[in-house]
Design a protein around this ligand. Structure first.
Ligand code: ATP
Ligand code: MG
Length: 657
């Protein structure tokens, strides 16, 4: 499988692969280097990515975007209410999590955010498999640094439902920093450089401070503003025009979803123009009630609307510096990515806070996907990549607990906040029988509201107390794994065994006889039995995953059939026009009067059928109709071709003579 890295952006997603000894960004079916993160539902099929985006304004209620914002979002989270404003499809609660309700194939259907993300990832996988002409299975998927265990598990589940193998879930900015570390050739080998990575995208803003040496990255600290991005700028502009149009044209776009969506789209364009110009127009025909609107905006006005946002831009920087334990003046370079950092006032503020000019070494739009593809390649057993080590920071303290038995404690904070991961620790418990272990966030009050403080639960079975002992010594290998999951990797029983060990002695002094070898008895713990570890937690159970995968693949097959049917229908229509034209023209002398009449009639009938009963027929029917016409058409074509060949041969023999 070709290593595959995905930056699933809130606005658009970028895909990269490792191939030809490098990292390439993959273009989609219309040759774009980023694909809109949109899933649309229709009467017959789904429209994902570019097609979904194209149909968005005419299918608002059944188009879902902002996928990463609702992935495993607890319905009790205050973010649920916030996110609702950005969605045009209704959001509902399903089994405690947020789902979208859409009309699909004629019925109201609810899809969980995990399913929606799976649909989208499946599309990216298909685009990539097609472009690279290779098998795509392994994926390194980038996620926001603020994702909790629950959201990371959901991201991995979404990949699995799409038929992918998530080899690693990685923080977005960390992926970009890895890309930086791998491809920047002049990093020092001794004293590390301290680099701030800033990403402001469509929906959120992240700062990570990294320490970089040649071949090595340590993330020292990260902070974020979950509600700060380009979409907030667009909304501020749209709200301004909503007021202006109300006064000026007596229309209320807030009452008209389609009108609002069109102004929002125009606002985004306007915002981009204002990054390069100081003033820009907005013109929309028939935005609602047949009213055309036009206006304009200056860069200063935009800056005024987003002032409340810009006033908070220092917060994540200060927090990240604090957790990293560095000062702004210690930063060697500020590497900036994300589309929203193209806004001049954003750039100016960032530079002002850091007190240094910004650096744009990384590709603003592609850095995360590239880093992720490299990380995926690192995990490939067959590919050799440049050696690179990296570690990230754990965002929340995590405690493992168990029911007290023969040991002294019933819990331990194994992974403290700010600790590095991946990281493995060994717990030693003294047990008299099978037992259970829980992992949970140590400080629920520090978590985003609504987050389940429980992480995972394990049943550990197979415990046997060795003869002559009061309890079994159980070693539990726990891990904050490369994806940031909190796991139990293994559990086993150890016993103290006695070993005979040679006592080391000084070499004999010359002349003396070599002393008899002497042995001592040493006691060592050795593994005597593996225990079974059964996990339950936020990851979907195998059975449920298998069902969702089956559903997803069925929908993909349906979509494919719809597309093929449409192709056959178009082919039939084209053939009718082609044949009709040729019958009047080059085929004219090669068909008898009667043939021409029959064929003309057939062409007319088929055309009528196409707009009537045949408007919505099965694929096989279009093929049959095509073949019916072709059976006569090809006969005439055959005669025509034969004549052409004869003429050609004649010409050649003339030339040769
Ligand atoms: P997120 O990182 O929040 O998941 P994303 O990765 O999809 O979202 P990006 O692609 O980094 O986001 O950035 C998209 C945002 O950048 C959009 O809001 C877009 O309008 C904005 N943007 C892109 N180009 C410009 C520009 N020239 N001027 C201003 N804003 C821009
Ligand atoms: Mg992004």
């Amino acid at each position: 499988s070709t290593p595959f890295g995905v930056d699933l952006g809130n606005n658009s997603s970028v895909v990269a692969v490792a191939r030809n000894r490098g990292i390439d960004v993959v273009v989609n079916e219309v040759s774009n280097r980023a694909t809109p993160t949109v899933v649309g539902f229709g009467v017959k099929n789904r429209s994902i990515g570019e097609t979904g985006k194209n149909q968005q304004t005419s299918n608002l209620k059944n188009t879902v975007s902002n996928l990463k914002r609702i992935l495993a979002l607890p319905a009790s989270s205050p973010d649920f209410t916030i996110e609702k404003q950005y969605f045009t499809a209704p959001l509902v609660e399903k089994d405690g999590s947020v789902a979208a309700k859409v009309r699909f194939q004629g019925a109201q259907t609810e899809f969980t955010a995990t399913q929606l993300e799976a649909m989208y990832l499946h599309k990216l996988k298909d685009i990539t498999a097609k472009e690279t002409k290779s098998n795509i299975t392994d994926i390194a998927l980038a996620v926001p640094v603020w994702y909790t265990e629950q959201q990371r598990r959901a991201a991995a589940d979404a990949a699995k439902i799409a038929g992918l193998n998530p080899v690693r879930i990685v923080n977005e900015v960390t992926a970009a920093a890895v890309g930086y570390g791998v491809f920047k050739t002049d990093l020092p080998t001794d004293k590390a450089k301290i680099i701030a990575f800033v990403d402001i995208g469509h929906s959120s803003y992240t700062v990570s401070i990294g320490s970089l040496k040649k071949g090595e990255l340590k993330v020292l600290g990260s902070a974020f503003d979950k509600h700060f991005g380009g979409r907030d700028f667009d909304r501020a502009i749209t709200e301004h025009f909503a007021d202006e149009f109300k006064a000026k044209y007596k229309i209320d776009i807030r009452e008209n979803a389609k009108g609002y969506a069109r102004v929002l789209a125009a606002a985004e364009k306007l915002k981009k123009v204002l990054s390069a110009n100081t003033q820009a127009p907005i013109n929309i025909e028939s935005v609602m009630n047949d009213v055309d609107v036009s206006s304009q905006l200056t860069r200063e006005e935009l800056e005024e609307f987003v002032a409340p946002l810009l006033d908070r831009i220092n917060v994540p920087i200060e927090q990240a510096l604090k957790t990293a334990g560095v000062k702004a003046e210690d930063i060697d370079s500020i590497e900036v990515i994300g589309g929203c950092t193209r806004v001049p006032s954003v750039k100016a503020k960032l530079a002002e806070i850091f007190g240094k000019p910004l650096s744009f070494t990384l590709n603003q739009d592609e850095a995360i996907a590239r880093g992720a593809a490299f990380i995926c390649a690192m995990h490939s057993p067959t590919l050799r990549v440049r050696p690179f080590k990296f570690e990230d920071v754990n965002a929340f303290s995590v405690t493992y607990s168990w029911e007290k038995d023969a040991e002294d404690n019933d819990h331990l904070e194994v992974f403290p906040k700010g600790g590095a991961f991946p990281s493995t620790k060994m717990l030693t418990l003294y047990r008299t029988s099978d037992f259970e272990v829980d992992a949970a966030y140590t400080h629920p009050e520090q978590l985003p509201k609504g987050t389940d403080h429980k992480i995972s639960h394990w049943k550990i079975t197979g415990v046997e107390v060795p003869e002559g002992s009061d309890s079994a010594i159980v070693k539990v290998k726990v891990r904050n794994d490369p994806s940031g999951f909190f796991t139990i990797e293994a559990a086993y029983i150890v016993e103290e065994k006695e070993f005979k060990e040679l006592v080391e002695k000084d070499p004999p002094v010359e002349g003396e006889e070599e002393a008899e070898p002497e042995y001592k008895i040493v006691k060592k713990l050795v593994k005597t039995k593996d225990l079974q570890v059964a996990y339950t937690g936020h990851a979907l159970p195998e059975k449920e995953l298998a069902e969702l995968l089956e559903k997803e693949f069925k929908m993909v097959a349906d979509d494919k059939l719809v597309a093929e049917t449409e192709d056959r229908k178009n082919a039939l229509e084209e053939y009718i026009y082609e044949l009709r034209g040729k019958l009047e023209d080059q085929y004219k002398d090669f068909a008898s009067e009667q043939e021409r009449e029959t064929l003309s009639k057939k062409l007319m009938d088929t055309e009528e059928w196409l707009y009537d009963d045949g408007y919505d027929a099965k694929k096989a029917k279009y093929i049959a109709k095509y073949e019916e016409l072709a059976s006569i058409g090809n006969l005439i074509k055959g005669r025509y071709m034969q004549k052409q060949q004869e003429l050609k041969d004649k010409l050649r023999s003339k030339q040769e003579a």
